[in-house]
Design a protein around this ligand. Sequence first.
Ligand code: 5MM
Length: 335
Amino acid sequence: MSELNKIALKIVSPGKGILAADESTGTMTKRLESVNVKSNEENRLEFRSALFSSKSMSNCIGGVILYDETIKQNYNEKSIPELISETGAVPGIKVDTGAKKLARSNDEKITEGLDGLRERLKNYYDLGARFTKWRAVYLISEKYPSKLAINVNAHALARYASLVQEAGMVPIVEPEVLMDGNHSVQDCFNKTSEVIKKCFDELIFQKVDLKSILLKPNMILPGSKSNQKITSEEIAELTIKCLINSVPGEVPGITFLSGGQSELEATKNLNTINKHNKSKFVMTYSYGRALQQSALKHWSKDIKDIEGTQKIFDHRANMCSLASMGKWVEEVDKD
Ligand code: 5MM
């Protein structure tokens, strides 16, 4: 077993998943301002370090994805990667520089960040990162995602993954087919399958070691503006089918994004997926909003109440952990 494969397996060990805390400053500012908290470096650190020092870190969180600002911060005289490593979780870092307008397309995007990546990776390794993340985003409509967007993003994801393995870290490959739109669940299934297959064609072509990556896909869901009603069982069935058909068996783990689902939806769907998952893929979470939303809401009411904030985060993390093993029991929606 290679060192990188061991890191990947450690991140997705039983009952564990990933806390995605890699919001860029722009996104974090939107999140904080939506709950009337000023977005400054101090507040961003205060909230994030509250999560990283929560009790559930040691039994529910296998890895934390950080943003450039956070990986360089200290809290109580410890660096953030140290704080995370002490809980047993692996520190990770988002290394793309964002999704930008794709030339020759009106609405689609290409994720940037390859220039100078080799040097940045070395620096992140020295800061303690042992895994990384790069997210490509795809729209669904009649004509999207275009072949152009599918091909160029797959190419960039593979170039990124190859450089990351060279630097001694595990790349998370995140092709996110967005939930926005009025498309059907079948459209989501077809387009997501096409996107993921193309990613693996490129990863294989560029000689990426598939045993040492993690895939971070969306679940198969109807568009957020479609009126299609679908059960959690159907979501699970289509999601598993899509992944079994598109992901090579060597990949050690699938870590879903929540993608705008509520905390409860993301937990319930992950649980149903794991109840039905007969494949050898580990299927767990790499949630941003679905792990942080309620904790952020609580914290915003009194930013000194770290204990209360941690209690709420711990609850969510424990629910996701149970869902990653198919052992979650329905919760009452308190909102
Ligand atoms: C945490 O948010 C990440 C995106 O940040 P930027 O858009 O600011 O770069 C995002 O990539 C995230 O890691 C995944 O989408 C999963 O987050 P959700 O909230 O969809 O689970």
